[in-house]
Design a protein around this ligand. Structure first.
Ligand code: UD1
Length: 418
């Protein structure tokens, strides 16, 4: 179990680089299973979610080699066992991204059904019903989803909700299906566009990835490819939030304005100044933050993953803010931790009213998941005394050298090994 100590900090200054997007890298790793041979991914973050996805791939018979410097080679040339056991899926929820590639390559997929998590219940019904349109059948037995498809045939998949995972699952399977698949009401996140770009490098025929309608023309086979992962917009948001709460002037290198325009607008409403630079975003915060209203929505809206990072800023803003979480019902557990730090928060269903206080008060708190944990660290930057973030190993799932990079811009943060 990890623990981090955070002390009041700021003004922050300097430059900090964001790594490759976790939520893209994991799906690109899953996609490599579609092509026999060795694919190379670049800008892959050294985080535990990537290591765990590598373990899941190895369990299938895929060779995964981290080469250092963000380079990862994946050799899916050997025989593939289409089976991802519970021990691995439970740890690595994104393993569900393998259902599509396994069905397409092997005609079957046996993947333990993921349970709920700190976001609440996380169904995969839309993934499965999308694949059923392509001809797959599913059976749930003893906690494992058994999928079969002698052949996959393209079809029209209309998603009831623009689910990121379901869009990716159907895209992945459709690349090797016979005929054309149209995914309507598709999720539009930049990570989906990144997956589409990688699949096309592998010889797939995907158009519209990143728009509400994705079209995939099936091909007979895919070949290994090389691809650089897009920068992590949520990590970028984390550093911007740190500057917002602690004050200062920082260049967040690699951050792409076009991937986070709505959030940047919200930070602007709070009084921060943010402008695009050649390779990143220049971020400045000087005065006490202003309160705002914010609601999470599918892309291009404000992402649900940003809210735990923004919430500490609302907690110290000069007035009353309103926040609504529209994606994951169970994603508010961390608010109790923030309240322990003196935040004045009222929760009503999926709405939150935050009465800003001038300073938070350092306390021992828990990191429930990656972003909630990062939010606690952000909060600690403007909390009198010391904040101890327990279970900080969650942060290693999504951030490479989080402490080191925060320290490099002047934050008083330390990892305590105990
Ligand atoms: C991905 C991200 C996660 C992010 C989320 C939304 C990864 C590894 N994770 O998760 O960090 O918070 O996008 O941007 O990429 N739903 C169903 N049935 C389904 C699938 C989803 O009801 O079959 C619901 C979910 O419960 C949730 C909503 O749809 O309420 C959004 O989920 P989805 O977009 O699928 O998120 P994930 O792909 O799981």
């Amino acid at each position: 179990m990890g623990r981090m100590r955070v002390r009041p900090s700021g003004p922050l200054g300097g430059r900090v680089r964001v790594g490759g997007a976790k939520n893209s890298a994991l799906k690109l790793m899953a996609a490599t299973v579609l092509a026999p041979g060795t694919s190379t991914l670049w800008n892959v973050p050294a985080i535990s979610d990537v290591e765990w996805m590598a373990d899941v791939l190895r369990a299938l018979g895929v060779e995964v080699t981290p080469e250092g410097g963000g380079k990862l080679t994946v050799n899916a040339g050997g025989d593939i066992t289409p089976e991802a056991p519970y021990e691995l899926v439970e740890r690595m929820r994104a393993s569900t991204a393998l259902i599509g590639p396994l069905l397409a390559r092997c005609g079957e997929a046996h993947v333990a059904m993921p349970g709920g998590d700190d976001f609440g219940s996380r169904p995969i019904d839309l993934h499965l019903s999308g694949l059923e349109v392509l001809g797959a059948t599913f059976e749930l037995a003893h906690g494992t989803i058994h999928g079969r498809a002698e052949r996959l045939v393209g079809g029209r998949v209309v998603l009831e909700y623009p689910s990121v995972g379901a869009t990716e699952t159907v895209m992945l399977a459709a690349t090797l299906a016979e005929g054309v698949t149209a995914i309507e009401n598709a999720a539009r996140e930049p990570e989906i566009a990144d997956l589409g770009a990688f699949l096309n490098r592998m010889g797939a025929k995907v158009t519209g990835a990143g728009s509400p309608t994705v079209r995939v023309e099936g091909v007979a086979e895919l070949r290994p490819a090389s691809h650089e992962v897009i920068p992590d917009r949520i990590e970028a948001a984390t550093f911007i939030a740190a500057v917002g709460i602690a004050g200062g002037e920082v260049v967040v290198e690699g951050a792409r304005h076009e991937h986070m325009a709505q959030l940047v607008r919200k930070f602007g409403e709070m009084g921060m100044r943010i402008s695009p630079e050649r390779d990143g975003l220049w971020v400045m915060a000087r005065d006490r933050l202003q309160p705002i209203s914010v609601a999470t929505l599918p892309y291009p809206g404000v992402a649900t993953d940003y809210l735990p990072l923004v919430m500490p800023l609302l907690a110290v803003a000069d007035g009353t803010s309103f926040a609504t979480e529209n994606l994951f019902g169970g994603r508010f557990r961390y608010l109790g931790e923030l309240a322990r730090m003196g935040a004045r928060i009222e929760v009503e269903g999926h709405h939150v009213v935050v009465e800003g206080v001038e300073w938070l008060s350092g306390a021992p708190v828990r990191a429930f998941d990656i972003r909630a944990g990062a939010g606690m660290v952000v909060a600690g930057l403007r909390a009198e005394g010391e904040t101890f973030v327990h279970d900080s190993e969650h942060l290693d799932r999504g951030y490479e050298d989080f402490v080191g990079r925060l320290v490099s811009i002047g934050a008083d943060v330390e990892s305590l090994d105990d």
